[in-house]
Design a protein. Sequence first.
Length: 341
Amino acid sequence: MQRLIKDYGNESIYLNYGTGTLGGTMTRSWPPGKTLIARLMNCCGGYLNHYGDYSSAQIAAGLNYTYGGWADGNSPSDIENSKLVVLFGNNPGETRMSGGGVTYYLEQARAKSNARMIIIDPRYTDTGAGREDEWIPIRPGTDAALVNALAWVMITENLVDQPFLDKYCVGYDEKTLPASAPANGHYKAYILGHGSDGVAKTPEWASTITGIPAERIVQLAREIGSAKPAYISQGWGPQRHANGEIATRAISMLSILTGNVGIHGGNSGAREGSYEVPFERMPTLDNPVQTSISMFMWTDAIERGPEMTALRDGCAGQRQAGRADQDDLELRRKLSDQPAL
C-alpha cells in the first residue's frame, strides 16, 4: 500500500462500497467511510471515495427533489392508526426478515386497526403470504404509469386533498406554479393531458402499460382517495430500474395528493421508518482526498483511472474543481456550439 501511494498517490487507494457484513459488526461496516479501515486509510493520507449506492441512490435523489431532503417514513407500528395499507414493491417479509422485524410490527399494528392491505408487486411475496387482502400484479418498472392513472381518477373525481395541496405544495396546479415555470408546467396539467406531451394519463392508457385492468385502477384510486389515514409505502425495488427516480416521485405523490403526509397512520410514500440502536465507535478522522467516483465506476477506475474526467465519468471533488482535461474542455465547446432547442 505504501508503494502504491508513493508511486501513484492516495487516489490510487479505493475503499470499496459494500465491504463486509453491513451494520452488523463491531467495526460497523456501513457506511464504508465510518469503518476502522477508513480510519487507517485516513491516517495514511486518505483514499479515493465513492458517492451513491446500489441500494437506494435513485429514491434518495427522487425524494430529495420531491420533499427537499431525505423523506423518512412513519414506523410500521403507526399502522395501528391506518385504515388502508398500500405497498408498492415493498417486501419486508423477505428483505428485512427477523423474528421481531418489520413484518411482525406490521401485522401487530394491523391487528389493532384492521387496516386493509393491498400489495402491488410483480410477484407474490412472503409479505403477503395470505395476510394481504389483495395482491395486484404489475409489469416491472411501470409503477409510475399506474400512479399517474390513479392521480387522473382522483383529480377528475375530486378525491384529492385540495386544502393540503394549496397549503404545502408548490407546482401542483397553476396557482402554486412558480412564475418562472412554463404555462401548464404543473403536475395537474401533466396528468390531465394539458402538459407538453398532450397525453391524458387515463386508466385505459395505464392499463396497456401496466397490465392492470382499467376498472381495477379506477377502483383502487377510489379506495386510496376515500380511506384516510392511508399508509402508502414503497420498497427499494421500484427505483432499481432505468428512470427509477421517477417511479419513486410518482409513488410519493399518492401520499401528497391525499394529504397523508405527516399524520398518524399516514406516510410520505417512502419506505417505512426503522429503529436503530446507537453505539460509540472510534473517530475515522477526515479524508484529505477530495476526489470521489460513482460507486459503480470502480472497475473503470482500475482500467482507465488517469483518463477519467468530471464531465464524462462523473468524477467529483478535485477533478471536478480543477482538473477538467482537454477532452472535457473540447466537449464543452462542442456543446456550446449547438443551436438552442
